[in-house]
Design a binder for this molecule. Structure first.
Ligand code: PFF
Length: 450
């Protein structure tokens, strides 16, 4: 059934897989979303639950998802079909692939709009619009961007075109080269920002906000958001990392590789939070400002530092690239499937997905202006898409991946694949996959939805 090669290409080495997987994992979720949902959910206790979800659910499921990908070597839909067949299990397990492809498409539609904000800020930064800016002006620049559907649409279009152009070129061309350079630079810039935050008046307050655990602030909904975000930030549960696993070289330990990726991803999120919250407190801003948090706070810091125009521009360029390397992985599962299923060129498949996701993305563009009163289950179209995918579909995908790997796959095969050298550790992983993760996911979903 499975072969050692994929028709879509391969990462040339283990490090390139790490880079690509980190490129997929590190994105708007870490830099934009993690700080703002931490702010909305009261800080410390939320961060703790998020870290728990990464370790107890995220890492074990990620190991499983990459392994399934490498065993199947096809798009997630066909990988799941093939693995189910080989295990004499129901072909319905392909639902993992289908749900994931759908979620990837839905997320791509709004991800592109938010990434467009970063593109727009890159230009504003380079123009010097934020030099010595006041807190109020920073707020109003953001508000007027959101109020302008035409501008949002232009940037959404630019971002989607870039994404699709890269996906169309395939695994190796362009992408590998770009992330090899960009990821390290992003780290360095985050360090610089962290250094700035460290010297600001708000550092202690920002630090305490993130790390003092006040469980009174934790609601059932926050727990659900923390778990959903653990999936979102690791690009889990929708087949993105399964698709990338399909292009992974043989003979590299999946488990060790995954731990590195999860560590890097978490480090970027924590650093982003530590860079943003001190600025929030030093300037008397609200941590619960919502999706605008990053865009309203960091420009104030860049506006005050010397060399701020250069650092600020670089920062938003890097955020845009981090978003780009995540967006391509959102499109990959469904594009790879279309290539396999309809024998069509990558170009054509990528174009079809790009145009459709762009069109749906307009619902997100309008959520911030002319449709701000349109509500689905009490949420704007953007909030609804985000909630449905992140908090429901991804955890369900993760649940199915855990159950399939833990209970249905041949254990000898899995054991050979994952590369966990220590028997005890392997048992622990299997136990987590069979019991701990599924029970936790189901409990949080049920509580959160009721
Ligand atoms: N992990 C990405 C981020 O944190 O921005 C978003 C993402 C990419 C989610 C790919 C899911 C996915 F499959």
């Amino acid at each position: 059934m499975s072969s050692n090669t994929s028709m879509h290409g391969h990462w040339k080495s283990r490090w390139l897989f790490i880079l690509a997987a980190t490129g997929s994992a590190v994105g708007l979720g870490n830099i934009w979303k993690f700080p703002y949902i931490t702010g909305e959910n009261g800080g410390g206790a939320f961060v703790l639950v998020y870290l728990l979800c990464i370790s107890i659910i995220g890492i074990p499921v990620m190991i499983a998802e990459v392994s399934l990908g490498r065993m199947g070597r096809q798009s997630p839909i066909n990988t799941m079909k093939a693995l189910a067949k080989a295990s004499n299990a129901s072909p319905n397990w392909a639902i993992i692939g289908w749900m994931g492809a759908l979620a990837g498409f839905l997320i791509l539609s709004f991800y592109s709009v938010i990434a467009g904000w970063a593109l727009s800020y890159t230009v504003d930064m380079a123009n010097g619009d934020f030099v010595k800016i006041s807190v109020e002006d920073s707020g109003s620049i953001f508000t007027s961007l959101l109020a302008n559907p035409i501008q949002l649409t232009i940037w959404h279009t630019v971002f989607m075109v870039l994404t699709i152009a890269i996906v169309a070129r395939g695994v190796n061309a362009g992408l590998e080269k770009a992330i090899k350079f960009l990821m390290p630079v992003l780290f360095i810039l985050l360090f610089i920002l962290f250094g700035y935050a460290l010297s600001s008046d708000g550092f202690t307050q920002g630090f305490n906000f993130m790390f003092s655990f006040d469980f009174n602030k934790l609601t059932t909904e926050s727990i659900m958001v923390a778990m959903g975000h653990a999936f979102f930030t690791l690009s889990l549960g929708l087949g993105a990392i399964m698709a990338y696993g399909a292009y992974m070289p043989e003979n590299t330990s999946i488990a060790k590789t995954v731990v590195i990726v999860a560590f890097l991803d978490t480090a970027v999120a924590i650093m982003a939070g530590l860079a943003i919250f001190p600025i929030v407190f030093a300037n008397g801003l609200e941590p619960s400002a919502g999706p605008g948090l990053l865009f309203q706070t960091l420009p104030i810091a860049f506006g005050q530092m010397s060399g701020g125009i250069i650092f600020g521009t670089m920062f938003f360029v890097l955020v845009s690239f981090a978003a780009l390397s995540s967006a391509i992985s959102l499109a990959e599962p469904i594009v790879a499937w279309m290539v396999e299923r309809f024998n069509m060129s990558r170009n054509k498949a990528a174009a079809i997905i790009g145009i459709s996701a762009w069109t749906l993305g307009m619902a997100t563009v309008f959520s911030f202006n002319i449709w701000s009163d349109v509500k689905l289950f009490d949420k704007t179209p953007f909030d609804f898409l985000d909630f449905l995918t992140t908090n429901i579909i991804l955890p369900l995908g993760g649940l199915c991946i855990a159950l399939f790997t833990g209970w249905t796959m041949s254990q000898t095969k899995i054991k050979n694949e994952v590369g966990i050298d220590y028997p005890l550790l392997y048992k622990l992983w299997l136990f987590t996959l069979r019991f701990l993760a599924p029970i936790a996911i189901v409990a949080v979903l049920i509580k959160g939805l009721i």
